[in-house]
Design a protein around this ligand. Structure first.
Ligand SMILES: CC(=O)[C@@H](O)[C@H](O)COP(=O)(O)O
Ligand SMILES: NCC(=O)COP(=O)(O)O
Length: 237
């Protein structure tokens, strides 16, 4: 069983673009779960361009499924996660100015740092996951950090799939096998969408969770557009 955790960063992007509270992030999180979503993911970035730290504090009041907070474990992020105590924290090594996450951890270079941070989160009862590329050495390194899970960074798979190249799944199959042997749980995310998610799931049997945001929100716009245009036309008759 693979859980769908919906990343709501883009709802916050839209809200912040106008000030005010439209769309309402908390209501959206509640509705997503009422519609069957099995988790809510947020990725507060240091510049708070979409999710604000206050959103992370407010969301537990409405999140009744799994709450996953992703981010680079700088001090303010660590303090926030320890205060909010989500179900899971996913550590992502992104630079402050990155447009989006663009690489997994070097789990060899940063092993000691990861060991310390992961121990701190686990001592607070928070499940840990670390974002990694599907590279054998990085999965091996992850297993030595004490993390509960890894999140496989799926951008390379998604980009190959979009070009019709299904062999992009192969490194993920190998990485997932290694992770399972090392008793690591497997999550995945980044650029998954309605076209490429089923094939990924079919090939990664132990996939515990996917977090999907950018495409899911864009697809929701496309799939809802006809209905809403028609509703406006009704009001203008
Ligand atoms: C960790 C990851 O894969 C990202 O996809 C991220 O959570 C999305 O962040 P943005 O919404 O800021 O692009
Ligand atoms: N961890 C990945 C995530 O939360 C969403 O990534 P994306 O679907 O916005 O690319």
């Amino acid at each position: 069983m693979t859980k769908l955790s919906v990343n709501i960063n883009k709802i916050a992007t839209l809200r912040n673009s106008r000030g005010g509270n439209v769309p309402d992030l908390l209501k959206t999180a509640k509705d997503i779960q009422d519609f069957g979503g099995e988790g809510i993911t947020i990725h507060p970035r240091p510049d708070e361009r979409h999710i604000r730290y206050q959103d992370a504090r407010d969301l537990p009041a409405v999140v009744y499924t799994e709450f996953n907070i992703e981010g680079n474990p700088i001090k303010s992020f660590i303090d926030l996660v320890l205060e909010v105590k989500p179900t899971q924290v996913t550590l992502v090594p992104d630079a402050e100015d990155a447009i989006t996450s663009n690489a997994g951890w070097d789990t060899i270079k940063h092993r000691d740092f990861l060991i310390d941070v992961i121990a701190e989160f686990k001592a607070s009862g928070i499940r840990t996951s670390i974002f990694v590329d599907p590279v054998a050495k990085m999965v091996e390194g992850a297993a030595k950090t004490g993390t509960d899970r890894i999140e496989l960074y799926t951008e390379a798979y998604a980009s190959a799939f979009a070009k019709g190249d299904k062999s992009g799944i192969n490194p993920y199959i190998e990485a997932a096998k290694m992770a399972s042997e090392a008793k690591l749980g497997i999550n995945a995310g980044h650029d998954l969408n309605l076209k490429n998610t089923a094939y990924f799931k079919q090939n990664i049997p132990n996939l515990l969770e996917v977090s999907i945001g950018h495409a899911l929100i864009a697809e929701s716009l496309y799939l809802g557009l006809e209905n809403v245009v028609q509703m406006y036309l009704q009001r203008l008759k």
